[in-house]
Design a protein around this ligand. Sequence first.
Ligand code: PEP
Ligand code: MG
Length: 604
Amino acid sequence: MSSQATPTLRLMGIGASPGVAVGHAFILDRKRIRTPKLRLAEAEVEPERMRMKTAVDLSDRQLAELKDQITRTEGSDHALILEAHRLMLHDPMLVDAVNQLIVEDRINAEWAVRRVARKIKHLFDNIPDEYFRERRSDVDYVADRIIRNLMGQVVDEEVEVPAEAIVVAHDLPPADAAMMARSGRVAGFVTDLGGQTSHTAIVARARETPAVVGAGRASEQISPGDLVAMDGTRGIILVNPTEEQLQSFREEQRRHQEAEQVALATKDLEAISTDSFRIRLNGNMEFLEEIPSLLAHGAEGIGLYRTEFMFLDRKTAPTEEEHYRAYRQVLEAMGGRPVTIRTLDLGGDKVPGKTKHEKEPNPAMGLRAIRYCLSNRELFRTQLRALLRASVHGNLRLMFPLICGVSELREARSELEACRTELGRAGLPVGKRFPVGIMVETPSAAIIADRLAQEADFFSVGTNDLIQYSLAIDRQNREVAYLYRPLHLSVLRMLETIVGAAKAANIPVSMCGEMAGDPLYTLVLLALGFDELSMTSGQIPAVKRFIRRVSRVDAAELLREAMELTTAEEIERFMRTEMDRRFVDTPDRAPELTGDAPSGRTTG
Ligand code: PEP
Ligand code: MG
């Protein structure tokens, strides 16, 4: 019950895993340990290095054990995070640097670990991509473990979380989040640190546990046992809410649960219009942990696997074996459903380890995606070989990002064929030929889509970049975010050209940019004739509902009228009004339809 005598405290954070939860706060106090700082005598240097080695070995064994435990109970997806921590533990950037400090600066191992961790985190700070920045907490997690082991402290204590608790922590290691979410006792997570793409957020989303991260000093402001109402969609936390607020949260919770029920109930239904136009709804993914949630929400395949996210937590590129294992896992988990794997969209800002002065002045227009791979052939070939080998395990479709012209596509394809021949010569099994498509995400590709369609097996439209490049708005720049307008006439005309070219060449056309997952655009995409749309798991049910309620003929008429208008504002207003008119009586109509214009994903 709410303690009315205590004033309500309202905190804001980042909504990281949707859903509403009400419960009593359980403060997880795994405070950072104080690092002892000592100077060493010369004779102490070698024993100190040995002490460091023992602590690293012990940490490795502990992580391996945790990983086994999680694999047994959670499946192997969550365990990948722990594997990433193990890799970090052995990264020369950490271990060699610590040993060097012990030898050269004659400082104790704990102090050296802390100093090196700070330095690595500083490198992450300078990477503009949010995901890479979030890896700082993983560095702390690994460093804390080594230091605790150096100091002989207890690690991995099982925490007994009371039922229906809201777990509040300064930072929550993903292993803890996974274990607690698994126990089924946690109603929600609140953390001071973290962002949308922190591992804890990903684990929470995969477990469908509401989470608010980046909530400032929440772990200090909330006391154990406080009644907490939290909204993981809007990032709101109310501490000691009033009876009225509590009721409204419970109402929201009920609505969310109902929507989830609808989502699960529609899981196996086809996305088909009332006049029988069928669209395939696929899932976008960055991490293997997302697969169970995608399947639960009815993803019919993977429409976009952003493989560059495998470069996280590390300074060295993944080996061919690591690539292969990840692709095999997705293909097997999807059990014969199509899996579209995009080759690395690295480059520009998305190169871990690049120092500030090496950065290109205009990375979005620099050596990125397919351009980066074509100028880093060994990196590209490693991935292609792994993809060819993994293709025996499922229904693979391969796609190249940021293709601007036919020569790039030819060059990428010929590299793929060279790898195929090489593997064949080495006697390694390679699957049958699979479709090789391209992302259409530059105005150049859109304009020559007819020519590209002669040589690509499918198109997937990346509106995040297509809009960035055609409307000349940097997707990382908040100042121009208001100009992100998927219904801009220029965008609609380009989409028409792309779909028309695909149809003429008889190849499938999909969309995997954020535009695909927003119900405001569903009728437009249905009218345009997209065969497939790919989005995050939570977006699938709403998009499906809209497709199932309208006819393609009606949608086409709407699009025709919309395209007679001129400004993006006019077209948006028209679409909102028409959507409201059509779906006003619908009880479960998507809240997005009444909200502001979507801002779109702005990273990458
Ligand atoms: C896009 O550009 O729309 C897309 C899906 O790719 P990314 O967001 O990874 O650049
Ligand atoms: Mg893109």
